[in-house]
Design a binder for this molecule. Structure first.
Ligand code: AMP
Length: 638
């Protein structure tokens, strides 16, 4: 089907052909013959990017009397950006028509200039609802000649709280007008507007009712909450040519994510309501011109973003309202292009994915966050590809080449290539060589890739999550990134590590390392790793503590002797629970520094059985010992 076959007016046909529109999009095929020169109401379900501006804009232009300056068409849109875009599109379509005047009026800009433009007379006014109400109240606009009202992105306008404004505007326009409503989704409020203000509207839907854009692939990654940002970075590294929008839930989160990305060397910036209009305009200008690769935005700020060729929409956090997902993902896959919408979710949020699937009538694919090796490979081949496409400035580089050839003459072609790509590859390889697998199962399990450990140290030993991590790093010699999901309980704790590190922790048992005169013990926890929701059920608080006490408490310590034993605590304990500094002392020395059970009663010592007596409160002495321990801990953790 061609525009000509649809019967598009010759002057408009000429304009759209010049704009490079070869064939009508599906929605244009349906609206143009039905609306051009006809008098009807219409409800159209259409996403952004489907060509809906031309779908209403072209027929609307055929209905205008360009010899009159009365406002004959009113287009309402949710945002300033969209108003401006619609106005520009209309001007472009009317290139070969004489006398069309379009005025865009929206909030956040001086009203006086807009009033002046309206006074001069425009056949078409494109407005945000709030500003239009203001203009109506100031009697700056005459709507009595309005013949067509277009509600663009009606669901968005309602989401933004314009319900009363829309009611007021619609009742301020002549009852004889036609209303054309476009919406990406059809919530009850939109249906209410349709039934209240329209008469037997023509119903048009591109794709299934409420269905999302077919060109968009929806995928989600399940990760732990603490790995959300790491997952985002992996995505950015895995798609070196990404041109995407990262959606966050709040302004603060948006700013934080953008700041972190910038700090980590990514080409990103924030767009949210706490920025001034000038700042927002600048960010949008950079994004539009593709100087900016990743726009980190809130839902509200990103409304009406009409940038083409967005490759990825990333839901850093899913939207509060599942309906908003459609608007987010609709920023990619526009104008026939394909796009990828990625959601980063925790196991608890997987049910939200199911809600969204119902709304978009499409399924998500659970995918794995790319691992370090995949990122390195992708980056390597990206570099290789760039060698083909790089612009060579022959003239400018000419003068350096003889010297460079001379310098490199001892290297073969293979050697040269290897060294050249290594220069870039090493950077990613170094960063990713010990990288963690960020993926977990939807149930919070670890896909069998991590192991949960029990350790017989807890808050009573003055530990908190940070200090126990430092402690574990210290005694295991492992990288801090390999110790995670730490849960510090009263007298014991849990932590998780990658399976490859299990032997390292179990080997520590053999060394008889002591802390507070107790030998530290590691056990593989039977509770489920990642999330560890099963812990309590498996061990049941008290019983676990009992086990801890009977196995490791008090005098039993003595049975773990031997020259090899390392002891944390006592005189050396400053770092881990009191004392002066951490150094390891052998058996005899240890006794002299904190003297076992006998000295345990003294405050400066946090030794052995006495500590455990907190479980059954046994008086002032032990209590103050604990408090002191906590104070010291505080100092240590700073
Ligand atoms: P819209 O849904 O109106 O925001 O349009 C999305 C993009 O598609 C815009 O950049 C339009 O310029 C472009 N577009 C609209 N209709 C056509 C068409 N028939 N052929 C090619 N591109 C189009």
């Amino acid at each position: 089907m061609t525009f000509q076959e649809l019967g598009l007016e010759p002057m408009l046909l000429k304009a759209v052909t010049e704009m490079g529109f070869e064939n009508p999009t599906p929605i244009q095929e349906q609206t143009i013959p039905q609306l051009q020169g006809k008098s009807t109401d219409m409800v159209a379900l259409a996403q952004t990017g489907t060509g809906k501006t031309a779908a209403f804009g072209l027929p609307l232009l055929t209905k205008l009397d360009l010899n009159s300056r009365f406002t004959q068409s009113l287009i309402l849109a949710p945002t300033r950006e969209l108003c401006v875009q619609i106005s520009k599109d209309l001007i472009n379509y009317s290139k070969f028509l004489n006398g069309l005047r379009v005025t865009a009026v929206y909030g956040g800009a001086p009203i006086m200039g807009q009033i002046r433009d309206l006074k001069a007379g425009s056949q078409v006014v494109v407005a945000t609802p709030g500003r239009l109400i203001d203009l109506i109240e100031r009697k700056a606009i005459d709507l009595s000649h309005v013949d067509v009202v277009v509600l663009d992105e009606a669901d968005e306008m309602l989401n933004m709280g314009f319900k009363d404004d829309l009611d007021e505007i619609l009742s301020n326009t002549p009852p004889t007008k036609n209303t054309w409503l476009f919406s990406a989704t059809m919530p009850r409020e939109v249906e209410r507007i349709a039934s209240k203000y329209m008469e037997s509207p023509l119903e048009i839907s591109v794709g299934k009712k409420n269905s999302g854009n077919e060109n968009i692939q929806h995928i989600y990654y399940t990760v732990n909450q603490r790995d959300r940002y790491a997952a985002l970075k992996r995505i950015a590294d895995f798609y070196p040519d990404i041109f995407g929008i990262v959606f966050c839930r709040t302004k603060a989160e948006t700013q934080e994510v953008a700041d972190n990305l910038i700090k980590d060397g990514y080409n990103a910036d924030a767009l949210h309501g706490d920025l001034s209009q000038a700042q927002r305009d600048l960010v949008m200008k950079r994004f539009r011109s593709r100087t900016l690769q990743m726009l980190v935005a809130t839902d509200v700020a990103a409304r009406g973003i009409d940038v083409n060729n967005v490759t990825h929409v990333i839901n850093y956090n899913l939207p509060e309202e599942a309906e908003n997902y459609t608007h987010r993902s609709g920023r990619t896959g526009r104008a026939g292009k394909t796009g990828i919408a990625i959601a980063i979710v925790t196991p608890r949020e997987v049910n939200k994915i199911r809600d969204i699937e119902r709304i978009i009538q499409n399924t998500f694919t659970k995918a794995d966050v790319p691992d370090g090796a995949a990122v390195c490979e992708k980056q390597l081949f990206n570099l290789v590809n760039k060698l083909h496409t790089v612009e060579v400035k022959d003239e400018e580089i000419e003068k350096y080449l003889p010297k460079i050839y001379e310098e490199l003459k001892d290297l073969s072609k293979e050697e040269l290539i290897k060294r050249f790509v290594s220069e870039e590859f090493n950077r990613f390889y170094t960063y990713y060589q010990n990288s963690q697998d960020l993926n977990i199962s939807n149930e919070g399990g670890n896909n069998g890739k991590t192991t949960r450990f029990f350790i017989n140290m807890g808050q009573l030993d003055g530990f908190n999550r940070n200090s126990i991590k430092d402690f574990l790093v210290e005694i295991s010699g492992l990288n801090a990134r390999l110790i995670f999901n730490i849960d510090v309980k009263n007298s014991f704790s849990f932590f998780e590590t990658e399976n490859k590190c299990v032997d390292e922790f179990l080997a520590l048992n053999k060394k008889g390392i002591e802390f507070n005169a107790r030998v530290i013990s590691f056990e593989v926890s039977k509770a489920k790793a990642s999330g560890g929701y099963g812990e309590k059920r498996s061990y049941g608080g008290g019983s676990r503590e009992d086990r801890g006490r009977s196995s490791y408490g008090g005098g039993e310590r003595k049975s773990y002797g031997g020259g090899e034993r390392k002891s944390y605590g006592g005189g050396e304990r400053k770092s881990y629970g009191g004392g002066e500094s951490r150094s390891y002392s052998g058996g005899g020395e240890r006794r002299s520094s904190f003297g076992g059970n006998k000295e345990g009663g003294e405050r400066k010592s946090y030794g052995g059985g006495e500590r455990r007596s907190f479980d059954k409160p046994s008086g002032e002495k032990s209590f103050s010992g604990n408090r002191e321990g906590a104070e010291r801990r505080k100092r240590f953790t700073k």
